[in-house]
Design a protein around this ligand. Structure first.
Ligand code: UDX
Ligand code: ADP
Length: 458
C-alpha cells in the first residue's frame, strides 16, 4: 500500500476519534490507526461502549472498525508505518508559569513530536489537528527537523471545525476544510496529498488552502467570533431582564437581517466547551505578546461577559428565592456544556453549581449523558450533591429546577407531575429558554426565563 494511504492519528479524543472514523468511512482505500497513551480510552474505542457520546458515531465506528480503522496503544509501530500523521492531542490552557491561565500548554504536543522523531524511519507529513496558537507549526517543524536521522517532516495545519453533538454530520458535510502549508515545493506537495484525502467526499471548492499561519489563526478567529455573538446577545439578555423586552424576540428580529444571520444568537447561561474560552484566551495572549493591548482587551471582553452571565444567573436565583438558598434542594437539569454530548469541559453548569454550593444549596443533578463527568467535576462536594438518573427523582422535594443544558427531552417532561412533587413555592429558572413559560406559570410555577421578565406570583 502507498505509504500516504497509511494514516495515523495521535490522540483518540473528541476530535481524533470522530474525525478518523469519518475519514475511514469515506476513504475505504486508506488504512487508519488511532493511538492514545490512555489505554482505557483505546479499550473503550474497541468496545461497544465508545468513550464519547456523539449521535451517529457508533454506526460509523462499527462499519469501519477493524476493516480500515484501528484503535491501538502501539504508537511505535503506528509511527513507523504511517506516511501521514494527524496530531489531535489535548492542548489545554497553561496552569503554570509564563502565560498561565491564557497561553496554550503545549507539553502534550511537544511530547508527541518527540515520540514521532524517536520512532520514525522515513519522511512523514505531520498535520496539526488540535487548535494551537499561531506559529506552533513553525515550532513543531523546528523540533521535528532537529532529528539526527536525516528525516524530513513537513508540518501542515488542518484545524477541525466540527462541533460536538453534531460531529458526524459536520465532518460529512463541512462548510469548509481548511489546510495550511508552507509555501515551499515540499509543503505544496504535502498539501496536495492531504487535499486528496478530503476530496474523497468534500467538494474541491470547499477545500480552502492557505499558508500555515493563516490556517492556525483562522481557527482561533472563527471560535472567537462565534463566542462573540453569544456574548453579544447574552449582554443584551441582561438589559432585557431589566426592561420589558424579550431577548428571544430581539434575537429573532436582529437575526432576520441577512447581514447578521440567525445562528449563534441564542441567549443562555453562557458558552462552554473545550474550545471557546481556551481559544479566545490564546488570542488575547497572542495580542498581548505582539504589543496590541487594545486588541487583547477587546477579545477578553467576550470572556468577561460570559463569566458575568453565569454569575448573574446565580444572583437572580438567590434574589428571587428570598435571598437565601442555604439547605434548599435545587434540581439541576442538564450538566453537559450543550445538548447531545456527555462532555462537560468548561460547562456553565460547573461554575453555576459551585456558586450555588458556596451559598450552601443542596444540589441534585440529572443529565442523560453527562452524569459521570459531572461527578468528577463536583468531586469533593459529595455531601451536598446527589445524582439522579431520572428527572422526576431529581426534582422530588426540590424548591427549584434549573435548566442548564438544552436537552430536547426537557421540553416534553410531565411538568404538572414535577410541580406536584416539589416543595412550594416551586421555581423554574430556564437558563436555555427552551420551556413554555406561560404554561408553566399557569401550572403554578414561578418562572424565570433568561432574558425576559420574571413570571412570578410571590
Ligand atoms: C465549537 C465550534 O462551534 C466548532 O466549530 C469548533 O471546532 C469547536 O468549538 P463546540 O464547542 O463543540 O464547537 O460547540 P458549539 O455548538 O459551538 O457550542 C459552544 C457553546 O456555546 C455551548 O455551550 C452552547 O450551548 C453555547 N451556545 C451556542 C449558546 O449559548 N448560544 C448559541 O446560540 C450557540
Ligand atoms: P480533544 O477535544 O482536543 O480531542 P481530548 O482530551 O478529548 O481533546 O483528547 C486528546 C487525547 O490525546 C486524550 O485521549 C489524551 O490521552 C491523548 N494524548 C495526549 N498526549 C498524548 C501523547 N503524547 N500520545 C498519545 N496520545 C496523547
Amino acid at each position: 500500500m502507498d505509504k500516504f494511504r497509511k494514516i495515523l492519528c495521535i490522540g483518540a479524543g473528541y476530535v481524533g476519534g470522530p474525525t478518523m472514523a469519518v475519514i475511514a468511512d469515506k476513504c475505504p482505500a486508506c488504512q487508519i490507526t488511532v493511538v492514545d497513551v490512555n489505554e482505557q480510552r483505546v479499550h473503550a474505542w474497541n468496545s461497544d461502549e465508545l468513550p464519547i457520546y456523539e449521535p451517529g458515531l457508533k454506526e460509523v465506528v462499527e462499519r469501519t472498525r477493524n476493516k480500515n480503522l484501528f484503535f491501538s496503544t502501539d504508537i511505535e509501530v503506528a509511527v513507523k508505518e504511517a506516511g501521514i500523521i494527524f496530531v489531535s492531542v489535548n492542548t489545554p490552557t497553561k496552569t503554570f508559569g509564563e502565560g498561565a491561565g491564557m497561553a496554550a500548554d503545549l507539553q502534550y504536543w511537544e511530547t508527541t513530536a518527540r515520540t514521532i522523531i524517536e520512532y520514525a524511519e522515513d519522511d512523514k507529513i505531520v498535520v496539526e489537528k488540535s487548535t494551537l496558537p499561531v506559529k506552533t507549526a513553525e515550532a513543531m517543524h523546528k523540533i521535528l527537523e532537529s532529528n539526527t536521522k536525516g528525516i524530513h517532516f513537513e508540518v501542515l495545519s488542518n484545524p477541525e471545525f466540527m462541533a460536538e453533538g453534531t460531529a458526524v454530520d459536520d465532518l460529512r458535510n463541512p462548510d469548509r476544510v481548511l489546510i495550511g502549508a508552507m509555501q515551499t515545493e515540499a509543503g505544496q506537495e504535502a498539501l496536495r496529498r492531504v487535499v486528496d484525502i478530503y476530496a474523497n467526499w468534500v467538494p474541491r471548492e470547499k477545500i480552502k488552502t492557505t499558508n500555515v499561519w493563516s490556517s492556525e489563526l483562522s481557527k482561533l478567529v472563527a471560535n472567537a467570533m462565534l463566542a462573540q455573538r453569544i456574548s453579544s446577545i447574552n449582554s443584551i439578555s441582561a438589559l432585557c431582564e431589566k426592561t420589558d423586552a424579550d431577548v428571544t424576540e430581539v434575537s429573532e428580529a436582529v437575526g432576520m437581517d441577512s447581514r447578521i444571520g440567525s445562528k449563534f444568537l441564542r441567549a443562555g447561561v453562557g458558552f462552554g466547551g473545550s474550545c471557546f474560552k481556551k481559544d479566545i484566551l490564546n488570542l488575547v495572549y497572542l495580542c498581548g505578546h505582539y504589543g496590541l493591548p487594545e486588541v487583547a482587551d477587546y477579545w477578553e471582553g467576550v470572556v468577561k461577559i460570559n463569566d458575568f452571565q453565569e454569575r448573574r444567573f446565580v444572583k437572580r436565583i438567590v434574589a428571587s428565592m428570598f435571598n437565601t438558598i442555604a439547605n434548599k434542594k435545587i434540581a439541576v437539569f442538564g450538566f453537559a456544556f450543550k445538548a447531545d454530548t456527555g462532555d462537560t469541559r468548561e460547562a456553565p453548569a460547573i461554575y453555576i453549581s459551585k456558586m450555588l454550593l458556596e451559598e450552601r444549596a443542596l444540589l441534585r443533578v440529572y443529565d442523560p449523558e453527562a452524569l459521570e463527568n459531572a461527578r468528577k467535576d463536583l468531586a469533593g462536594f459529595e455531601e451536598m450533591v446527589e445524582y439522579a438518573d431520572d428527572p422526576y427523582v431529581c426534582a422530588e422535594g426540590a424548591h427549584a429546577i434549573l435548566i442548564l443544558t438544552e436537552w430536547r427531552e426537557f421540553k416534553t417532561l410531565d411538568y404538572p407531575r414535577l410541580f406536584e412533587s416539589m416543595s412550594k413555592p416551586a421555581f423554574v429558572f430556564d437558563g436555555r429558554n427552551i420551556l413554555e413559560h406561560k404554561k408553566l406559570y399557569d401550572m403554578g410555577f414561578n418562572v424565570y426565563p433568561l432574558g425576559s421578565s420574571d413570571m412570578t406570583r410571590v
